[in-house]
Design a protein around this ligand. Structure first.
Ligand SMILES: [Zn+2]
Length: 305
């Protein structure tokens, strides 16, 4: 069996999966705020609890925000800033006394959906989490493609492709640039742009509701969003040419995207036809921790208990 840990900013969750992907145990504890050692020990507590259910030692995979720098082995880019600069992988391997695998949470999402989720059976999968930010991961033939700099799939801080004049330079992004894909496609970015145009603070879900009832402003805003998502994903298709793109995060609940975005991306893809499918997630918010567990299933020499 395989243990997955989802290390989040507010909670740490453990999941025990059997070889068929059936959940055997799940528990969550609050993340000790700003305390590195206590965070490590909370993870150990959860692993111990799962192994009591499993009846033996299991593989452990961890999904976390940010990434481990291949150059230094230290954490970087995590929004739980206490983790940044720490040798989390080495410390956790030592504490749990085994080899573990760690991946960015968007990579875990992509792995979960590629293994037994919406994209099961597809050889090249691009998984995108669009919520307050835009994270993404790539899975090829069942393996996460981490990349030389551990940023494989992170296209959210590329600029919006094929921009209209009125979209330039675009909103300032926390990364220091303007007009990043994240500033257009994230839920927060979408709401901020609507507020800029119409002076009203409203999130995507009520706008979808309004558009359904014929509200012209809401419909225009959603169509513009769909066009921007089509451009942004066409960029990915031109480089990676995935079989399936799976959406996760809050914006993945907008069902019209799965029809309207593929209907728009053809004119930007350098091909006379596009077979790439855009799909909603099978496991939704559970995909992060499920993907973490599957990390261990793919670990050479560590096939679970
Ligand atoms: Zn940016």
């Amino acid at each position: 069996m395989h243990i997955g840990i989802d290390l989040g900013g507010t909670k740490i969750e453990v999941l025990l999966l059997d070889a068929h992907g059936t959940e055997q145990f799940r528990q969550r504890l609050p993340t000790p705020q700003g305390q590195y050692a206590a965070t490590l020990h909370t993870i150990k507590t959860l692993v111990d609890a799962a192994e009591r259910v499993a009846g033996g030692q299991c593989s452990v995979g961890v999904g976390m925000p940010g990434a481990i720098s291949p150059a230094t082995g230290l954490m970087k880019n995590a929004n739980s800033v206490v983790l940044n600069g720490k040798p989390l992988h080495a410390d956790l391997s030592h504490l749990l006394q085994r080899a573990i695998r760690m991946e960015n949470d968007a990579n875990c999402f992509a792995l979960s959906e590629a293994t037994d989720g919406a994209a099961a059976g597809a050889s090249v999968v691009f998984g995108v989490i669009i919520g307050t930010g835009t994270g993404a991961g790539i899975v090829v033939n069942g393996q996460v493609l981490g990349g030389a700099n551990a940023i494989g799939g992170e296209w959210g801080h590329n600029p919006l492709p094929w921009p209209e004049m009125h979209e330039l330079p675009g909103a300032a992004c926390y990364c220091g640039k303007h007009g990043c894909i994240e500033t257009w496609l994230s839920g927060t970015g979408f709401a901020a742009h609507y507020r800029l145009l119409h002076g009203e603070s409203v999130t995507a879900a009520p706008l979808v509701e309004r558009a359904t009832h014929g509200d012209e402003r809401a419909e225009t805003a959603l169509q513009a969003y769909e066009e921007r998502m089509a451009k942004s994903l066409a960029h990915v298709i031109n480089i990676l040419d995935p079989n399936v793109i799976v959406l996760g995060g809050g914006m993945s609940n907008i069902t019209r995207l799965y029809q309207n975005v593929p209907a728009r991306w053809g004119k930007y893809v350098f091909s006379d036809y596009v077979t790439t499918r855009l799909l909603p997630p099978r496991y939704g918010d559970s995909s992060g921790v499920r993907g973490a567990a599957w990390l261990g299933a793919n670990h050479p020499g560590k096939n679970g208990c």
